[in-house]
Design a protein around this ligand. Structure first.
Ligand SMILES: Nc1ncnc2c1ncn2[C@@H]1O[C@H](COP(=O)(O)OP(=O)(O)O)[C@@H](O)[C@H]1O
Ligand SMILES: [Mg+2]
Length: 268
């Protein structure tokens, strides 16, 4: 259903993503792993059209979504909702309104400006918040919530678009382990219950192994692994994360998340 063909993005002389190709036949739960700078975010942002590709195609049910313009492009962006590491909520706005903002792709900006949400829209927003276990937070300002709660609001906003695909860019990188699990469990449940495809950039191998049924490994803009979690051996992990990461550096608490993942790979 989603086919990435020789997709590249250059920034100056550097290829952030370098001729990436893969095909997702069904709506799976896919993890994209790799060190910081490997090209994971650029890949997701090109699929969602937040970043333009230099060359290549993104085919959804056979149509190249990279050529869509105007309303058709916005419709596509509604079909592949994004979730970000920093949640990207409107901090001073209440939770329910943040969720309703998920409808912005489908409604005119004027409607949104004057907050002309229908009772049905508001009811749906509250039902989605309830599903994520945070309906009691609906009237609070987003900024008053914990990180884990804010990310669930962001997921609720994404669900408001009724997307076929959820693109999550490091959704748990800013969360403590307990909240990380709550958020990943929520994404997994949405995938299983609704049949939505999830593509998540993840920095730890552990999370990719636990939640994903397919893992794509990136290194220097290239796809260097594409397989099941079971195929993700220590040797493969070394390939993805690079043997140049020094072990002592990777195990210190100040190490980059990707380097910690490398350390985990070495220890497992
Ligand atoms: N807007 C940009 N301008 C210049 N270089 C960029 C830009 N965005 C990303 N890059 C570069 O592209 C590479 C891949 O970045 P990114 O996709 O953010 O990787 P990741 O998400 O895996 O950390 C990095 O070298 C990064 O510095
Ligand atoms: Mg990134």
């Amino acid at each position: 259903m989603l086919e990435i063909r020789k997709l590249s993005r250059h920034f100056g002389a550097k290829a952030a993503v370098d001729s990436a190709s893969f095909t997702l036949e069904r709506a799976g739960f896919i993890g994209v792993i790799g060190r910081s700078g490997a090209g994971k975010s650029t890949l997701l942002r090109m699929i969602n059209r937040l970043t333009d590709a230099t060359t290549g195609e993104v085919l959804f049910h056979g149509q190249n979504v990279l050529t869509l313009q105007g309303a058709a492009k916005r419709r596509w962006q509604g079909q592949c909702a994004m979730i970000f590491q920093q949640f990207n909520l409107v901090p001073r706005l209440d939770v329910a309104s943040n969720v309703l903002h998920g409808l912005l792709n489908q409604r005119s900006t004027l409607t949104a400006m004057f907050s002309l949400w229908s009772d049905a829209d508001i009811g749906r927003a509250l039902a989605i918040l309830d599903r994520l276990g945070i309906a009691d937070q609906a009237a609070k300002r987003a900024e008053a919530l914990s990180g884990g709660q804010q990310q669930r609001v962001a997921i609720a906003r994404a669900l408001m678009q009724d997307p076929q695909i959820i693109l999550a860019d490091e959704p748990i990188a800013s969360l403590d382990p307990m909240n990380a699990q709550v958020v990943m469990d929520a994404l997994r449940r949405i995938h299983e219950e609704d049949g939505r495809m999830v593509i998540a950039n993840l920095h730890t191998l552990d999370t990719a192994r636990r939640y994903c049924d397919r893992v794509i490994g990136m290194r220097d803009g290239r796809i260097v692994f594409d397989g099941t979690p079971a195929q993700l051996t220590t040797g493969v992990a070394r390939d993805i994360y690079g043997a140049d990461a020094s072990f002592s550096e990777a195990t210190t608490s100040t190490a980059l998340p990707a380097d910690r993942a490398y350390a985990e790979a070495m220890l497992s």
